[in-house]
Design a protein around this ligand. Structure first.
Ligand SMILES: [Fe+2]
Length: 242
């Protein structure tokens, strides 16, 4: 047996999933809907110190029965179902809660510094208008590079080679990512507005019976029983699609 043959397997464990989808059918109406809100400044008042040259809505953007918003939620729900079904090797539908949702309108020199998202397991960015081809990428930081290594040398080059993943905005691109990943929006230098929708998802369980109540009992997010009552407004739950 040669030395090479004695290596049984080199396993790429602990990878980080980033899921990219494309849907251009919704963006025209969503853009119109967003601009009609006439948002000024950081209306959410969430971490304004890490956001520059951005307008941001309140964090309840998707809490609406408007047709275009319902279509967007349906798209997100189908997408997260696809991702989780593949990652968790399950053939089911999931009950999700849109914990937070917002939009950004970024102007020239907009930037959103490094952050993670809390109170959710999955997050998403949906690009409504990428703007000019001049920055504004969503940049993800390799978790191993940040917290996994306490010492670097030449043997760490395999991490260094992919310390960041930069994803260029494209109209209609949606990225789903786990909430723990550090990320930021790189400096956008374009003149045209850069418009995105962001959201945080809680996955409350499998939607086995269509009403979700049974699943909530077993989830940490649910209140102690009795009563069996969801802690979050049930009108916001995704159970059977929008
Ligand atoms: Fe973010």
């Amino acid at each position: 047996m040669t030395k090479k043959e004695s290596l049984i397997e080199l396993r790429p464990h602990f990878s980080t999933p980033l899921a990219l989808f494309e849907n251009k059918k919704l963006i025209k109406k969503l853009k119109k809907y967003i601009y009609a809100q006439n948002v000024q400044g950081i209306e959410s008042n969430v971490a304004p110190q890490v956001k520059r040259n951005l307008k941001e809505s309140k964090f309840d953007f998707l809490i609406s029965q408007e047709k275009i918003i319902m279509e967007l939620k349906q798209f997100i729900w189908e997408s997260i179902n696809t991702v989780l079904g593949a990652l968790q090797n399950e053939n089911c539908k999931y009950m999700i809660n849109f914990r937070d949702s917002w939009f950004h309108i970024g102007t020239t020199n907009s930037i959103h510094e490094v952050h993670t998202h809390s109170n959710c397991s999955w997050c998403g960015v949906y690009v409504i208008q990428a703007g000019d081809d001049d920055g504004g990428e969503t940049v993800f930081v390799n978790p191993t590079a940040i917290t996994g290594l306490t010492y670097w040398d030449y043997g760490s080059r395999w991490v260094e080679q992919e310390s960041h993943m930069r994803i260029k905005p494209e109209d209609g691109l949606m990225i789903l990512f786990p909430s723990h990943i550090l990320h930021h929006q790189s400096l956008y230098r374009g003149k045209k507005d850069r418009v995105i929708i962001g959201f945080n998802l809680q996955i409350l369980g499998k939607d086995r019976d269509g009403n979700g109540a049974e699943e909530l009992v077993d989830m940490a997010i649910a209140p102690p029983k009795p009563p069996v009552k969801p802690a979050i407004d049930p009108s916001n739950y995704q159970t059977q699609g929008y």
